[in-house]
Design a protein around this ligand. Structure first.
Ligand code: ZN
Length: 189
């Protein structure tokens, strides 16, 4: 009601002003409106702070991403990437924490169905370094990072729904790396 009155009086002032100098009265007219807004602010703030605990669920959104490290010793730092089904999409960042260049110690992270891993690896090695050790257009590949060297990283997004119909694995397709650099991809709630 107060705000309503403020608007009315502002309008009246405004109308009166229009017949004279349009620009000048703007400042006094805004003053009541601003204080009205200020009085309302605490009321708005309360629901906002109530919302904060709900947003604490946002860290769950933080679970929609994982970083996998790879190193100069031909290793990933995990043997199992867990992907929450609840995530609309899931980010996987592959980080090369070593210093060797990708020509000699390159790594990628390639997700396939478990039964496709060997074939994707073999064809990837055959495809060579210019192809990042992946056969062009390989439909068995669900997702993959690019090939990276020391100090580099690459992030990919995976749709968890695409991992629901079987068991999935990840591997590095750099020649000779597959035996050590591989693991499972597990869907979790
Ligand atoms: Zn590798």
């Amino acid at each position: 009601m107060k705000a309503y009155l403020a608007l009315i009086s502002a309008a009246v002032i405004g109308l009166a002003a229009c017949s004279q100098e349009p620009a000048a009265p703007a400042a006094p007219a805004e003053a009541p409106a601003a204080s009205a807004a200020a009085t309302e602010a605490p009321a708005d703030a309360a629901p906002a702070s109530d919302a904060a605990p709900a947003e604490a669920a946002a860290p769950a959104a933080g679970n929609c991403a994982v970083t996998v490290e790879s190193n100069d010793a031909m290793q990933f730092n995990t043997k199992d990437i867990q992907i929450s089904k609840a995530c609309p999409e899931f980010s996987i960042t592959l980080k090369h924490v070593g210093t060797q260049p990708k020509a000699s110690m390159g790594h990628n992270l390639v997700i396939t169905k478990a039964e496709d891993q060997e074939g994707v690896f073999k064809d990837g090695v055959a495809a060579g370094p210019d192809a990042d050790y992946l056969k062009a257009g390989d439909s068995r590949v669900v997702a993959h990072t690019k090939l990276i060297g020391g100090g580099e990283e690459d992030t990919i997004k995976v749709d968890p729904a695409k991992l629901a119909d079987g068991s999935y694995k990840f591997v590095c397709t750099f020649p000779g790396h597959g035996a050590l650099m591989n693991g499972t991809v597990t869907l979790v709630d």
